[in-house]
Structures are given as structure tokens and as C-alpha cells.
Design a protein around this ligand. Structure first.
Ligand code: UTP
Length: 234
């Protein structure tokens, strides 16, 4: 079975506790797991940012704020575990090794954050390397990687394919503070570069798109790969 690691942004799954988007993912992830080995790393979304900004108002340091963010990612991950029911391993893996062990069950393995100073994109990239994923997919609230922020610059262009080195150029100037909202974590990009696993960055808000990408290999988004081979074959 092909091995897929998903970085499922909190902004996609649970933008806010009052506006969850978990239900549409349940059937899609369950179906995908019948013919793929599936690992899902869940982000913190709006709730993580609320906690982080409250901590900052008490002048907490960034690492403390990261710890709070990690707790929220794990809370969101646990919610997804509950929503997936028997299709998922019943606890949130708190290390990559734990995720590997849980995968022996054949069930969907869910993780959140693990260590301060990074985001769940980095957790997912390392997991992709660790499990020898065939494809690493970053499901975000934007439909790919752009030359500039498309919300601010109408001339911004989406890249269909790019190399990890190109992506590093895009992310290199990003801030690295708790709760940061960026294209992709620089640590994640470095891992993608070293492991050579193709990374697809796509809009995750409609999970049916994910299913069709895995069926057809055709995507709307950005494929980050050194080989520039597109569409990919699983
Ligand atoms: P993420 O940034 O990964 O979640 O984690 P997100 O914001 O929901 O992701 P996107 O933007 O939708 O894709 C939230 C925060 O938790 C801390 C960081 O402060 C991060 O900004 N975190 C997360 C860590 O410090 N370490 C981790 O391993 C994961």
C-alpha cells in the first residue's frame, strides 16, 4: 500500500471551535485508509492562536507559547481520533516512534505537535521521512504556493511545480514565532529537501479534492519535487 502523510492544518480542520470542518474528513480519510497507509498530523488553528496571543499578553516567552500551541494541536488531533472511531489508532502519537508502532495496527495514525520552535508541518515532514512515505501532502487553506501573498498581491502567481531549493527561497525570510501563519515551516522544507519525498501543497478545505488527487494523480496546487515529475504515480 502507498504510504501517505498528511499535514492537516488547523485552519482547515478546525479554523475555530465554533466552526469545525471535521465531519467531511471522516468518510474521506476512512476510504483513503482502505488502500493507503495513512498518517495525519493535525495543526492548532484559530484556538492555538487565541491561546498564544493570551499568553503573550502575560509576557510569556515564545517557547512557552509554543508549548501551549502543541497542547492545542494534540487536543485537535484527539478530536479527530474520536471522529474517526475504529478507523483510527485510539490515541494521539506523541513521538515519531510511537506513530511507527501504532501504524503496525493498520489503522490511521494521528499526531499533533511534539517540540517547541517549529510547526506541525515539520512534525509531518519528519514523519514522512521516518515512515518512508510515497507522498507528503500539506492540506492548507490556500490552493498552493504563490510567488507572493495572493491576498495582498493580485499579480501573485501559483507555482505548479517547484524544487525544494526553490521553496526554501520562498520561506527563508519567514518569522519563526509561536502561532506564525506561513506558507510552510522552514524545518519542514529542509527535511523535504534531504529525504526527496514529493510534497504536494493543496487546498484542504474540500476533502473530496484529496481523494481525487490520490485516485488520478491530477492536482490543483504545487508539487515540490526535485525530479519535476508530474503528475505523480502512486
Ligand atoms: P501549527 O502552526 O502547526 O498549526 O501549530 P496551524 O497554525 O493550525 O497550522 P496551519 O497554519 O493551519 O497549517 C500551532 C502552533 O503550535 C506550536 C507553534 O507555536 C505553532 O505555531 N507548535 C506546533 C510547536 O511549537 N511545535 C510543534 O511541533 C507543533
Amino acid at each position: 500500500m502507498p504510504i501517505i502523510v498528511l499535514s492537516l492544518g488547523g485552519s482547515v480542520l478546525l479554523p475555530d471551535i465554533d466552526s469545525p470542518n471535521i465531519k467531511p474528513f471522516i468518510s474521506v480519510l476512512t476510504r483513503i485508509s482502505s488502500n493507503h497507509r495513512l498518517f495525519v498530523v493535525v495543526g492548532g488553528g484559530g484556538t492555538a492562536r487565541q491561546y498564544i496571543s493570551m499568553a503573550r499578553s502575560f509576557e510569556a516567552d515564545e517557547a512557552f507559547s509554543d508549548e501551549l500551541g502543541i497542547m492545542v494541536t494534540r487536543l485537535n488531533a484527539m478530536l479527530l481520533v474520536g471522529a474517526l472511531g475504529h478507523a483510527a489508532w485510539p490515541s494521539v502519537a506523541t513521538s515519531h516512534t510511537e506513530a511507527l508502532c501504532a501504524a503496525e495496527s493498520g489503522k490511521i495514525v494521528v499526531m499533533g505537535g511534539i517540540t517547541p520552535g517549529q510547526t506541525t508541518d515539520a512534525v509531518a515532514a519528519v514523519l514522512a521521512e521516518r515512515v518512508g512515505a510515497d507522498l507528503f501532502i500539506n492540506l492548507t487553506a490556500v490552493d498552493g504556493i504563490y510567488s507572493a501573498d495572493p491576498r495582498k498581491d493580485p499579480m501573485a502567481k501559483r507555482f505548479d511545480t517547484m524544487t525544494p531549493a526553490d521553496l526554501l527561497d520562498v520561506v527563508i525570510g519567514q518569522q519563526a514565532v509561536a502561532g506564525v501563519n506561513t506558507v510552510m515551516d522552514i524545518v519542514a522544507v529542509k527535511i523535504v529537501e534531504r529525504c526527496g519525498i514529493p510534497l504536494l501543497v493543496m487546498d484542504g478545505r474540500d476533502p473530496s479534492l484529496l481523494e481525487s488527487v490520490l485516485k488520478t494523480g491530477k492536482f490543483v496546487g504545487t508539487l515540490v519535487t526535485a525530479s519535476k515529475k508530474t503528475p505523480f504515480q502512486l
